[in-house]
Design a protein around this ligand. Structure first.
Ligand SMILES: *Cc1c(COP(=O)(O)O)cnc(C)c1O
Length: 409
């Protein structure tokens, strides 16, 4: 029955004729509802199911945060705010969205290098937790505390001495712009205490897009051990231990879905030790793409069909301007095809085709020589696994085509 030309079995269901169903609605109808293509559609049911799946495996007491960077579409953030325990933001702009979404300020945290004085002031005034990334941020916070007469809530983001093995994107270990090198943290903690900031804990985020459960477990064990070593130098008891996340999703042929159970088991062991060794501390896991990536599709319409020297090109009305990741230009070392489909053509004859966007650059490639049903102008072309790092992570102004629509279904 599965005739969709997909490598990694997307979660989005479809009918026998290959018509996709998003939030129970057919994709053809959704395209009419949107009134235009291209658009992103996110499925509430899949978002909710993913959070429930995680809750079933994570130990009780471990807080689940959504890293908003993965998808800042306001209705989606509002929906997620009602499902998860907290929101992690990486700019004052994201902070405003999280607060407007009704996120509990106790469980909103703000990470990211180069926070400006005004961003830090907004964060202090909001009463959220600030994951400090440099000595400069700490000094600025002390100044802001005086001016606002509010004690800033601070966690120290640590750049550990180890790396998260098997990560698509490394964000800790070695020289990094993120966090404060582990060896400098004891001095920083003394300064946080001397300045009278409210120390609450540590943030360790080693990297992203990891499909290897054992590597995730190992990074979490090391992060926990490092936090307990550093806690000795802390000016106050640790209340928050953000162990990062980095849970990956399958994008490419050969990718296997992350096995959650060993991660849940490992976190249960860590939680037990934490209850004894750092009493009163809560563990936080922050996830972006794992929560939202598989719940979204990017939908374009085929506007032209060309054969060039024997190779079929399907030209669509959107491409890397809306979906840089699928074009392979968002940090990928080797370009690979995302799972894709032609909507509603499961029974058709097939052919090998390349699917490109309308931009006048060879980088605008959505699928390179993939096996697809024979498609015509007017058909809908779908890119799966598109709920994270889509619209907001793409250069929408590049070449002046219209922006894409987004909807939560
Ligand atoms: C980007 C980022 C995340 C989310 O990464 P995903 O791969 O989407 O899960 C989480 N935490 C921090 C600090 C980040 O920078």
């Amino acid at each position: 029955m599965n005739k969709l030309p997909v490598h990694s079995a997307p979660l989005v269901p479809f009918t026998a004729s290959g018509e996709l169903l998003i939030g129970g609605e057919s994709l053809s109808r959704l395209a009419e509802r949107a009134g235009r293509t291209p658009f992103y559609a996110y499925d509430r049911g899949l978002l909710k199911a993913r959070v429930e799946q995680l809750r079933a495996v994570l130990p009780r007491g471990v807080k689940l945060h959504f890293a908003m960077k993965a998808n800042p579409f306001v209705p989606l953030v509002c929906f997620m705010a009602g499902l998860v325990d907290g929101i992690d933001v990486a700019s004052a702009g994201e902070l405003m969205v999280a607060l407007n979404a009704g996120a509990d300020t106790a469980e909103v945290s703000f990470a990211g290098p180069g926070k400006s004085e005004s961003e830090l002031s907004q964060a202090v005034a909001s009463g959220i937790l600030i994951n400090v990334e440099s000595e400069r941020e700490i000094e600025l916070l002390a100044k802001i505390a005086d001016r606002l007469n509010v004690k800033p809530r601070v966690a120290v983001r640590v750049n550990p001495g180890f790396e998260l093995k098997g990560s698509g994107m490394k964000m800790g270990g070695g020289p990094k712009q993120f966090g404060i090198d582990e060896e400098r943290v004891p001095g920083v903690l003394a300064r946080v205490g001397a300045l009278g900031l409210r120390f609450e804990g540590f943030h360790l985020f080693a990297g992203s897009q990891n499909l290897n459960a054992e590597a995730v477990c190992e990074a979490q064990r090391q992060a926990y051990a490092l936090a307990t070593r550093l806690a000795v130098h802390a000016p106050a008891p640790v209340q928050v231990l953000n162990l990062g996340g980095g849970f990956g999703i399958p994008y490419f042929p050969g990718d296997r879905a992350l096995d959650l159970q060993p991660i849940g088991d490992n976190l249960a062991v860590i939680s037990e030790r934490c209850a004894r060794e750092l009493p009163g501390a809560r563990i936080v896991i922050e996830l972006g793409r794992y929560l939202v990536g598989e719940a979204g599709v990017y939908v374009t319409r085929i506007v032209d069909r060309k054969v060039s020297r024997g190779q079929v090109f399907l030209i669509t009305d959107g491409g890397l301007n809306h979906h840089l990741s699928a074009s392979g230009n968002f940090g990928q070392v080797i370009r690979k095809n995302y799972p894709v489909a032609i909507n509603g053509k499961a029974d058709h004859a097939r052919e090998v085709a390349s699917v490109v966007g309308p931009l006048c650059t060879p980088l605008d490639l959505l699928a390179d020589r993939v096996d697809l049903p024979v498609a015509d102008v007017g058909d809908l072309f779908v890119v799966f696994q598109s709920g994270a790092y889509g619209a907001s992570a793409s250069p929408q102004a590049f070449l002046g085509h219209p922006p894409c629509a987004e909807m939560l279904v």
